[in-house]
Design a binder for this molecule. Structure first.
Ligand code: DI6
Ligand code: FE
Length: 405
Protein backbone atom coordinates (compact mmCIF):
# COMPACT_ATOMS: atom_id res chain seq x y z
CA UNK A 1 0.00 0.00 0.00
CA UNK A 2 1.18 3.52 -0.81
CA UNK A 3 1.47 5.62 2.33
CA UNK A 4 -0.21 8.76 0.99
CA UNK A 5 -3.81 9.78 0.35
CA UNK A 6 -6.59 11.56 2.25
CA UNK A 7 -7.14 10.26 5.76
CA UNK A 8 -10.49 10.51 7.55
CA UNK A 9 -10.17 9.78 11.29
CA UNK A 10 -12.31 9.29 14.38
CA UNK A 11 -15.55 8.35 12.63
CA UNK A 12 -18.37 6.17 13.83
CA UNK A 13 -18.29 3.85 10.84
CA UNK A 14 -21.26 1.87 9.55
CA UNK A 15 -19.25 -0.08 6.98
CA UNK A 16 -22.25 -2.35 6.11
CA UNK A 17 -19.77 -5.23 5.84
CA UNK A 18 -21.47 -8.57 6.59
CA UNK A 19 -21.03 -10.40 9.87
CA UNK A 20 -21.74 -7.73 12.47
CA UNK A 21 -24.70 -5.34 12.87
CA UNK A 22 -24.15 -2.38 10.55
CA UNK A 23 -20.52 -3.56 10.03
CA UNK A 24 -19.95 -1.25 13.00
CA UNK A 25 -16.62 0.35 13.97
CA UNK A 26 -16.78 2.69 16.96
CA UNK A 27 -13.69 4.80 16.30
CA UNK A 28 -12.83 4.13 12.69
CA UNK A 29 -10.63 5.58 9.98
CA UNK A 30 -10.68 5.60 6.17
CA UNK A 31 -7.76 6.17 3.83
CA UNK A 32 -8.71 7.37 0.33
CA UNK A 33 -6.32 7.00 -2.59
CA UNK A 34 -7.58 8.21 -5.95
CA UNK A 35 -11.19 7.12 -6.32
CA UNK A 36 -10.77 4.10 -4.01
CA UNK A 37 -10.67 3.25 -0.33
CA UNK A 38 -7.15 2.02 0.43
CA UNK A 39 -7.61 1.22 4.11
CA UNK A 40 -10.63 0.93 6.46
CA UNK A 41 -10.38 -0.08 10.12
CA UNK A 42 -10.16 0.97 13.76
CA UNK A 43 -8.37 4.29 14.17
CA UNK A 44 -6.07 2.71 16.77
CA UNK A 45 -4.80 0.27 14.14
CA UNK A 46 -3.88 2.79 11.46
CA UNK A 47 -0.55 1.90 9.85
CA UNK A 48 2.08 3.91 11.74
CA UNK A 49 4.05 5.14 8.76
CA UNK A 50 1.18 6.92 6.92
CA UNK A 51 2.08 10.30 5.42
CA UNK A 52 -1.37 11.50 4.29
CA UNK A 53 -1.65 14.52 2.00
CA UNK A 54 -4.74 15.63 3.93
CA UNK A 55 -6.21 14.64 7.28
CA UNK A 56 -9.80 15.19 8.48
CA UNK A 57 -10.82 14.66 12.11
CA UNK A 58 -14.49 13.67 12.09
CA UNK A 59 -14.81 13.96 15.88
CA UNK A 60 -17.13 10.98 16.18
CA UNK A 61 -19.47 11.84 13.30
CA UNK A 62 -21.31 8.95 11.64
CA UNK A 63 -20.00 7.78 8.24
CA UNK A 64 -21.92 5.42 5.94
CA UNK A 65 -21.35 4.28 2.37
CA UNK A 66 -22.72 6.77 -0.16
CA UNK A 67 -26.41 6.03 -0.65
CA UNK A 68 -27.62 4.34 -3.84
CA UNK A 69 -31.05 5.03 -5.34
CA UNK A 70 -31.38 2.07 -7.68
CA UNK A 71 -34.83 2.84 -9.16
CA UNK A 72 -35.83 6.29 -10.42
CA UNK A 73 -37.70 7.77 -13.38
CA UNK A 74 -35.90 11.09 -13.07
CA UNK A 75 -36.16 12.38 -16.64
CA UNK A 76 -39.57 13.73 -17.64
CA UNK A 77 -41.47 16.87 -18.53
CA UNK A 78 -44.34 18.42 -16.58
CA UNK A 79 -45.93 17.21 -13.38
CA UNK A 80 -49.17 15.46 -12.34
CA UNK A 81 -50.55 17.44 -9.40
CA UNK A 82 -54.00 17.65 -11.06
CA UNK A 83 -54.02 13.84 -11.31
CA UNK A 84 -53.20 13.74 -7.60
CA UNK A 85 -56.31 15.85 -6.95
CA UNK A 86 -58.41 13.49 -9.10
CA UNK A 87 -57.17 10.50 -7.15
CA UNK A 88 -58.01 12.26 -3.88
CA UNK A 89 -61.57 12.63 -5.21
CA UNK A 90 -61.73 8.88 -5.76
CA UNK A 91 -60.41 8.26 -9.29
CA UNK A 92 -58.17 5.18 -9.46
CA UNK A 93 -54.56 5.18 -10.75
CA UNK A 94 -55.36 2.44 -13.25
CA UNK A 95 -58.60 4.11 -14.42
CA UNK A 96 -56.75 7.41 -15.04
CA UNK A 97 -54.09 5.53 -17.04
CA UNK A 98 -56.72 3.72 -19.14
CA UNK A 99 -58.37 7.05 -19.93
CA UNK A 100 -55.12 8.32 -21.47
CA UNK A 101 -53.89 10.23 -18.41
CA UNK A 102 -51.23 8.82 -16.15
CA UNK A 103 -47.96 7.84 -17.83
CA UNK A 104 -49.19 8.98 -21.28
CA UNK A 105 -49.82 12.52 -20.06
CA UNK A 106 -46.19 12.66 -18.93
CA UNK A 107 -45.13 11.26 -22.32
CA UNK A 108 -46.81 14.23 -24.04
CA UNK A 109 -45.09 16.71 -21.71
CA UNK A 110 -41.74 14.97 -22.14
CA UNK A 111 -41.92 14.98 -25.94
CA UNK A 112 -42.78 18.69 -25.83
CA UNK A 113 -39.79 19.58 -23.63
CA UNK A 114 -36.39 20.51 -25.06
CA UNK A 115 -33.28 18.47 -24.19
CA UNK A 116 -32.08 21.35 -22.03
CA UNK A 117 -35.40 21.59 -20.16
CA UNK A 118 -35.32 17.84 -19.50
CA UNK A 119 -31.72 18.09 -18.32
CA UNK A 120 -32.31 21.09 -16.05
CA UNK A 121 -35.36 19.59 -14.32
CA UNK A 122 -33.68 16.18 -13.90
CA UNK A 123 -30.47 17.79 -12.61
CA UNK A 124 -32.42 19.74 -9.98
CA UNK A 125 -34.02 16.49 -8.82
CA UNK A 126 -30.67 14.68 -8.83
CA UNK A 127 -29.19 17.46 -6.66
CA UNK A 128 -31.98 16.97 -4.11
CA UNK A 129 -31.03 13.29 -3.83
CA UNK A 130 -27.31 14.11 -3.74
CA UNK A 131 -27.85 16.51 -0.83
CA UNK A 132 -28.95 13.50 1.21
CA UNK A 133 -25.79 11.51 0.54
CA UNK A 134 -26.71 9.79 -2.73
CA UNK A 135 -23.62 8.95 -4.79
CA UNK A 136 -25.14 6.49 -7.30
CA UNK A 137 -28.47 6.95 -9.07
CA UNK A 138 -30.27 4.73 -11.55
CA UNK A 139 -32.32 6.66 -14.11
CA UNK A 140 -34.89 5.04 -16.40
CA UNK A 141 -36.28 6.26 -19.68
CA UNK A 142 -39.92 5.39 -20.32
CA UNK A 143 -41.60 8.74 -20.94
CA UNK A 144 -40.41 9.05 -24.54
CA UNK A 145 -41.92 5.87 -26.02
CA UNK A 146 -40.53 6.49 -29.52
CA UNK A 147 -37.05 5.86 -30.81
CA UNK A 148 -36.14 9.55 -30.91
CA UNK A 149 -37.65 10.47 -27.55
CA UNK A 150 -36.44 7.38 -25.68
CA UNK A 151 -32.90 8.03 -26.92
CA UNK A 152 -33.20 11.69 -25.96
CA UNK A 153 -34.21 10.77 -22.40
CA UNK A 154 -31.38 8.25 -22.10
CA UNK A 155 -28.92 10.84 -23.40
CA UNK A 156 -30.14 13.31 -20.75
CA UNK A 157 -29.55 10.64 -18.09
CA UNK A 158 -26.02 10.02 -19.41
CA UNK A 159 -25.33 13.74 -19.36
CA UNK A 160 -26.36 13.89 -15.69
CA UNK A 161 -23.62 11.38 -14.92
CA UNK A 162 -21.06 13.40 -16.90
CA UNK A 163 -21.90 16.80 -15.45
CA UNK A 164 -22.80 16.05 -11.83
CA UNK A 165 -20.50 14.46 -9.24
CA UNK A 166 -22.27 11.11 -9.01
CA UNK A 167 -22.54 7.81 -10.87
CA UNK A 168 -25.62 7.48 -13.09
CA UNK A 169 -26.77 4.12 -14.46
CA UNK A 170 -29.10 4.35 -17.46
CA UNK A 171 -31.96 1.89 -17.93
CA UNK A 172 -34.13 1.62 -21.02
CA UNK A 173 -37.80 1.36 -20.05
CA UNK A 174 -39.36 1.72 -23.50
CA UNK A 175 -41.82 -1.02 -22.41
CA UNK A 176 -43.39 1.29 -19.81
CA UNK A 177 -46.73 2.03 -21.51
CA UNK A 178 -48.26 1.75 -24.96
CA UNK A 179 -47.97 5.07 -26.83
CA UNK A 180 -51.12 6.34 -28.60
CA UNK A 181 -49.57 5.75 -32.07
CA UNK A 182 -49.59 2.03 -31.34
CA UNK A 183 -53.07 1.83 -29.74
CA UNK A 184 -54.40 -1.70 -30.18
CA UNK A 185 -51.01 -2.91 -31.52
CA UNK A 186 -48.90 -3.66 -28.44
CA UNK A 187 -46.94 -6.43 -30.19
CA UNK A 188 -45.92 -4.06 -32.98
CA UNK A 189 -44.75 -1.59 -30.34
CA UNK A 190 -42.69 -4.26 -28.60
CA UNK A 191 -41.12 -5.18 -31.99
CA UNK A 192 -40.18 -1.52 -32.43
CA UNK A 193 -38.84 -1.14 -28.88
CA UNK A 194 -36.71 -4.28 -29.33
CA UNK A 195 -35.28 -2.85 -32.56
CA UNK A 196 -34.16 0.41 -30.84
CA UNK A 197 -31.95 -1.31 -28.29
CA UNK A 198 -28.93 -2.12 -30.48
CA UNK A 199 -28.54 1.49 -31.59
CA UNK A 200 -28.98 2.82 -28.07
CA UNK A 201 -26.39 0.39 -26.81
CA UNK A 202 -23.97 1.28 -29.61
CA UNK A 203 -24.38 4.94 -28.65
CA UNK A 204 -23.44 4.07 -25.06
CA UNK A 205 -26.84 5.07 -23.72
CA UNK A 206 -28.00 1.98 -21.91
CA UNK A 207 -26.73 -0.17 -19.03
CA UNK A 208 -29.83 -2.33 -18.42
CA UNK A 209 -33.35 -2.98 -19.69
CA UNK A 210 -36.58 -2.78 -17.68
CA UNK A 211 -40.29 -3.31 -18.48
CA UNK A 212 -43.65 -2.77 -16.79
CA UNK A 213 -45.38 -6.16 -16.66
CA UNK A 214 -48.92 -5.50 -15.47
CA UNK A 215 -52.53 -5.11 -16.61
CA UNK A 216 -51.88 -1.50 -17.68
CA UNK A 217 -48.38 -2.36 -18.91
CA UNK A 218 -47.24 -5.34 -20.96
CA UNK A 219 -47.94 -9.07 -20.80
CA UNK A 220 -45.40 -11.66 -19.66
CA UNK A 221 -45.02 -12.79 -23.31
CA UNK A 222 -44.24 -9.21 -24.43
CA UNK A 223 -41.88 -8.75 -21.49
CA UNK A 224 -40.14 -11.99 -22.46
CA UNK A 225 -39.51 -10.61 -25.96
CA UNK A 226 -37.97 -7.40 -24.64
CA UNK A 227 -35.76 -9.42 -22.31
CA UNK A 228 -34.59 -11.69 -25.14
CA UNK A 229 -33.64 -8.66 -27.20
CA UNK A 230 -31.73 -7.23 -24.22
CA UNK A 231 -29.90 -10.45 -23.54
CA UNK A 232 -28.96 -10.92 -27.19
CA UNK A 233 -27.00 -7.67 -26.69
CA UNK A 234 -25.58 -8.78 -23.34
CA UNK A 235 -27.65 -6.24 -21.40
CA UNK A 236 -28.89 -7.20 -17.91
CA UNK A 237 -32.62 -7.00 -17.20
CA UNK A 238 -34.89 -5.98 -14.33
CA UNK A 239 -38.65 -5.71 -14.04
CA UNK A 240 -41.53 -3.66 -12.62
CA UNK A 241 -43.26 -6.81 -11.39
CA UNK A 242 -46.35 -7.60 -9.35
CA UNK A 243 -47.10 -3.95 -8.53
CA UNK A 244 -50.87 -3.87 -9.19
CA UNK A 245 -51.53 -7.57 -9.88
CA UNK A 246 -49.74 -10.95 -10.00
CA UNK A 247 -48.73 -11.61 -13.61
CA UNK A 248 -45.98 -14.08 -12.76
CA UNK A 249 -43.52 -11.39 -13.83
CA UNK A 250 -41.03 -12.01 -11.05
CA UNK A 251 -40.62 -15.68 -11.98
CA UNK A 252 -40.23 -14.71 -15.63
CA UNK A 253 -37.60 -12.10 -14.79
CA UNK A 254 -35.79 -14.54 -12.52
CA UNK A 255 -35.59 -17.03 -15.40
CA UNK A 256 -33.72 -14.31 -17.29
CA UNK A 257 -31.36 -13.85 -14.33
CA UNK A 258 -32.81 -10.39 -13.60
CA UNK A 259 -30.77 -8.06 -11.39
CA UNK A 260 -33.91 -7.00 -9.53
CA UNK A 261 -37.69 -7.29 -9.45
CA UNK A 262 -39.30 -4.07 -8.28
CA UNK A 263 -42.51 -3.16 -6.37
CA UNK A 264 -43.67 -6.78 -5.60
CA UNK A 265 -46.78 -6.04 -3.51
CA UNK A 266 -48.53 -8.96 -5.27
CA UNK A 267 -45.51 -11.31 -5.34
CA UNK A 268 -46.40 -15.03 -4.94
CA UNK A 269 -44.52 -17.85 -3.25
CA UNK A 270 -43.59 -19.14 -6.72
CA UNK A 271 -42.06 -15.76 -7.56
CA UNK A 272 -40.09 -15.69 -4.31
CA UNK A 273 -38.72 -19.19 -4.91
CA UNK A 274 -37.63 -18.24 -8.43
CA UNK A 275 -35.93 -15.06 -7.20
CA UNK A 276 -34.10 -17.00 -4.51
CA UNK A 277 -32.68 -19.42 -7.08
CA UNK A 278 -31.56 -16.67 -9.47
CA UNK A 279 -30.18 -14.38 -6.74
CA UNK A 280 -32.49 -11.57 -7.91
CA UNK A 281 -32.83 -8.58 -5.56
CA UNK A 282 -36.30 -7.64 -4.27
CA UNK A 283 -36.54 -3.87 -4.79
CA UNK A 284 -39.25 -2.47 -2.52
CA UNK A 285 -40.65 0.99 -3.21
CA UNK A 286 -42.49 2.26 -0.13
CA UNK A 287 -43.05 5.74 -1.56
CA UNK A 288 -45.23 4.45 -4.41
CA UNK A 289 -47.08 2.17 -1.98
CA UNK A 290 -47.76 5.20 0.20
CA UNK A 291 -48.69 7.68 -2.53
CA UNK A 292 -51.08 5.26 -4.27
CA UNK A 293 -52.54 4.39 -0.87
CA UNK A 294 -51.97 0.68 -1.50
CA UNK A 295 -53.03 -1.69 1.23
CA UNK A 296 -51.43 -4.94 0.13
CA UNK A 297 -47.95 -5.22 1.64
CA UNK A 298 -45.02 -6.86 -0.15
CA UNK A 299 -44.30 -10.28 1.43
CA UNK A 300 -41.41 -9.09 3.55
CA UNK A 301 -41.20 -11.98 5.97
CA UNK A 302 -41.30 -14.59 3.20
CA UNK A 303 -38.54 -12.72 1.34
CA UNK A 304 -36.44 -12.66 4.52
CA UNK A 305 -37.00 -16.36 5.16
CA UNK A 306 -36.01 -17.19 1.58
CA UNK A 307 -32.84 -15.12 1.98
CA UNK A 308 -33.70 -12.87 -0.98
CA UNK A 309 -31.67 -9.63 -0.71
CA UNK A 310 -33.97 -6.64 -0.19
CA UNK A 311 -33.28 -3.16 -1.56
CA UNK A 312 -35.18 0.10 -1.14
CA UNK A 313 -35.47 2.90 -3.69
CA UNK A 314 -37.41 6.09 -4.28
CA UNK A 315 -39.13 5.16 -7.59
CA UNK A 316 -39.14 8.93 -8.11
CA UNK A 317 -41.65 9.69 -10.90
CA UNK A 318 -44.41 12.25 -11.43
CA UNK A 319 -47.32 9.81 -11.07
CA UNK A 320 -46.84 7.32 -8.27
CA UNK A 321 -44.03 8.88 -6.20
CA UNK A 322 -42.96 12.51 -6.67
CA UNK A 323 -40.75 12.33 -3.54
CA UNK A 324 -37.17 13.62 -3.77
CA UNK A 325 -35.85 12.04 -0.58
CA UNK A 326 -34.23 8.64 -0.17
CA UNK A 327 -34.04 9.14 3.61
CA UNK A 328 -37.82 9.44 3.67
CA UNK A 329 -37.95 6.03 1.95
CA UNK A 330 -35.88 4.55 4.79
CA UNK A 331 -38.46 5.81 7.27
CA UNK A 332 -41.35 4.52 5.15
CA UNK A 333 -39.69 1.12 4.69
CA UNK A 334 -39.65 0.82 8.48
CA UNK A 335 -43.03 2.31 9.34
CA UNK A 336 -45.04 0.89 6.42
CA UNK A 337 -43.21 -2.38 5.64
CA UNK A 338 -41.85 -3.10 9.14
CA UNK A 339 -38.28 -3.38 7.95
CA UNK A 340 -35.60 -2.78 10.56
CA UNK A 341 -33.53 0.40 10.26
CA UNK A 342 -30.50 -1.78 9.50
CA UNK A 343 -32.36 -3.65 6.73
CA UNK A 344 -33.45 -0.31 5.31
CA UNK A 345 -29.89 1.05 5.25
CA UNK A 346 -28.59 -2.19 3.70
CA UNK A 347 -31.38 -1.67 1.18
CA UNK A 348 -29.91 1.63 -0.04
CA UNK A 349 -26.26 0.56 0.18
CA UNK A 350 -25.02 -3.00 -0.24
CA UNK A 351 -28.24 -4.51 -1.65
CA UNK A 352 -28.90 -1.52 -3.92
CA UNK A 353 -25.37 -1.95 -5.32
CA UNK A 354 -26.16 -5.58 -6.04
CA UNK A 355 -29.41 -4.57 -7.75
CA UNK A 356 -27.35 -2.44 -10.14
CA UNK A 357 -24.69 -5.10 -10.67
CA UNK A 358 -22.07 -2.80 -9.10
CA UNK A 359 -20.06 -4.87 -6.60
CA UNK A 360 -17.49 -2.07 -6.19
CA UNK A 361 -19.67 0.02 -3.84
CA UNK A 362 -22.34 -0.05 -1.13
CA UNK A 363 -19.89 -0.99 1.66
CA UNK A 364 -16.83 0.62 3.17
CA UNK A 365 -13.93 -1.73 2.51
CA UNK A 366 -10.49 -1.59 0.87
CA UNK A 367 -10.47 -1.47 -2.95
CA UNK A 368 -14.12 -0.36 -3.16
CA UNK A 369 -15.04 3.07 -4.48
CA UNK A 370 -14.45 5.92 -2.06
CA UNK A 371 -18.13 6.91 -1.94
CA UNK A 372 -19.26 7.90 1.55
CA UNK A 373 -21.43 10.32 3.48
CA UNK A 374 -20.74 12.08 6.80
CA UNK A 375 -23.82 12.61 8.97
CA UNK A 376 -24.78 14.76 11.93
CA UNK A 377 -25.89 11.63 13.80
CA UNK A 378 -24.46 9.26 16.38
CA UNK A 379 -26.02 6.05 15.19
CA UNK A 380 -27.19 4.90 11.73
CA UNK A 381 -30.65 4.00 13.03
CA UNK A 382 -31.25 7.76 13.21
CA UNK A 383 -31.22 7.95 9.39
CA UNK A 384 -34.44 5.88 9.28
CA UNK A 385 -35.92 7.46 12.41
CA UNK A 386 -36.09 11.16 11.56
CA UNK A 387 -38.00 12.31 8.51
CA UNK A 388 -38.35 15.68 6.86
CA UNK A 389 -34.81 16.40 8.07
CA UNK A 390 -31.47 16.16 6.33
CA UNK A 391 -28.50 15.40 8.62
CA UNK A 392 -26.03 14.92 5.72
CA UNK A 393 -22.98 17.14 6.25
CA UNK A 394 -20.37 16.04 3.72
CA UNK A 395 -20.21 13.67 0.76
CA UNK A 396 -17.16 12.10 -0.85
CA UNK A 397 -17.85 10.61 -4.29
CA UNK A 398 -15.11 8.74 -6.15
CA UNK A 399 -12.59 10.12 -3.65
CA UNK A 400 -13.60 13.74 -4.28
CA UNK A 401 -15.17 15.85 -1.54
CA UNK A 402 -18.23 17.53 -3.01
CA UNK A 403 -18.20 21.30 -2.87
CA UNK A 404 -21.48 21.19 -0.96
CA UNK A 405 -23.36 18.10 0.09
N1 DI6 B 1 -44.89 1.87 -11.93
C1 DI6 B 1 -44.79 3.00 -11.26
O1 DI6 B 1 -45.07 3.14 -10.09
C2 DI6 B 1 -44.26 4.03 -12.14
N2 DI6 B 1 -44.04 3.31 -13.35
C3 DI6 B 1 -44.46 2.06 -13.18
O2 DI6 B 1 -44.39 1.21 -14.05
C4 DI6 B 1 -45.28 5.13 -12.31
C5 DI6 B 1 -45.11 5.92 -13.54
C6 DI6 B 1 -46.11 7.06 -13.66
O3 DI6 B 1 -47.23 6.99 -13.12
O4 DI6 B 1 -45.75 8.02 -14.34
FE1 FE C 1 -40.79 2.57 -11.22
Amino acid sequence: MKRTGALWRHARLATMQPGTPWGWLDDGALLVQGDRLAWVGPDAKLPRDLRPDAEHDLQGALVTPGLIDAHTHLVYGGERAAEFELRLQGAGYEAIARAGGGILSTVAATRAATDQQLFDSAAARARAFMAEGVTTLEVKSGYGLSQVHESRCLAVARRLGRELPLTVRCTSLAAHALPAEYAGRPDDYIDAACSWLAGQQAAGLVDAVDAFCDTIGFTPAQTDRIFRAAQALGLPVKLHAEQLSDQGGAALAARHGALSCDHLEHLSAVGIAAMRVSGTVAMLLPGAYYFLRETRLPPLQALREAGVPIAIASDHNPGSCPALSLLLMLNMACTLFRMTPEEALRGVTVNAARALGLPDRGRLAPRLRADFAVWDAEHPRELAYRFGHNPCRRVVCGGVLRASA
